[in-house]
Design a protein around this ligand. Structure first.
Ligand code: ATP
Length: 234
């Protein structure tokens, strides 16, 4: 297992949001975590990224316990998070944003990473000198993912990468995520847009009120009447 979350309890101050959440992601997989608004998806990814401290349970990555690590130590270990709000530096250029993502890297690998990100998202190469806040929503999402890739992750976590995007851009972003996996990166995606996420995932988990209530191969979940009714609007 590459990422293992076992009996995780976490939340905000005295408000517990995750009540013993357990899931894992194997090396090379795309796994999605789907669930309704407020179910605890973002909280799960924030705990994994070290942005909130778990009050119980265990998170391990590549065999190493992560609970007490700081966010930058987690990035250095190879696990990189793309937040839902994208957190770009709006007044900096595309290239400068990408370089910010490479702060853990040596100069020599930055050039190679840039080439890889531009191959993944050619539009970012075209717009390299443009300010990030002048990009469209879809381009900003590509930049957020590209910046994360600049840290040369072995595992990427993505919080609702398709949110607010037009359907053709959703397809482009999801296709890029598949290519990222093909390059050897393990992926955990959180999505409300369940049908799209399931279509590119190997396995999936359904979260309700801070616990996993259902899991299995993505294709099976996409056919499950409970998932279809609650999350696919069928
Ligand atoms: P969404 O799709 O809305 O992001 P989610 O499944 O990702 O949903 P979370 O963002 O993890 O859900 O939120 C779970 C619960 O935690 C919600 O009830 C939310 O109101 C609460 N919550 C989120 N952030 C905070 C915070 N900073 N302080 C207090 N409560 C919070």
């Amino acid at each position: 297992m590459m990422l293992e979350i076992d009996d995780l309890h976490a939340g905000y101050r005295r408000l517990e949001i995750l009540h013993g959440l357990t899931l894992h992601v194997d090396r090379g997989e795309i796994v999605s975590l789907i669930g309704a608004n407020g179910a605890g998806k973002t909280t799960t990814l924030r705990a994994v990224a070290g942005l909130i401290s778990p009050t119980g349970g265990r998170i391990s990555f590549d065999g190493q316990e992560m609970n007490r690590l700081k966010p930058h130590q987690i990035v250095r270990s190879g696990l990189v998070h793309v937040a839902q709000d994208r957190a770009l530096f709006g007044d900096l250029q595309v290239l400068e944003n990408l370089e910010m993502g490479a702060y853990t890297q040596s100069r020599s690998t930055v050039r190679q990473s840039l080439d890889e990100v531009y191959a993944l998202f050619p539009i970012l190469a075209e717009r390299r000198t443009q300010r990030a806040d002048t990009l469209s929503g879809g381009q900003q999402q590509m930049l957020a993912i590209g910046r994360a890739m600049m840290a040369r992750p072995t595992c990427l976590t993505l919080d609702e990468p398709s949110i607010g995007l037009a359907p053709n851009l959703v397809a482009q972003v999801l296709e890029a995520i598949q290519r990222i996996r093909e390059s050897g990166v393990t992926v955990l995606i959180v999505e409300q847009n369940a049908s799209q996420a399931l279509a590119i995932s190997d396995r999936a988990y359904v979260i309700e009120s801070g616990s996993i209530v259902l899991d299995g191969p993505a294709a099976e979940l996409a056919d499950d009447p409970r998932v279809r009714e609650a999350y696919l609007g069928v």
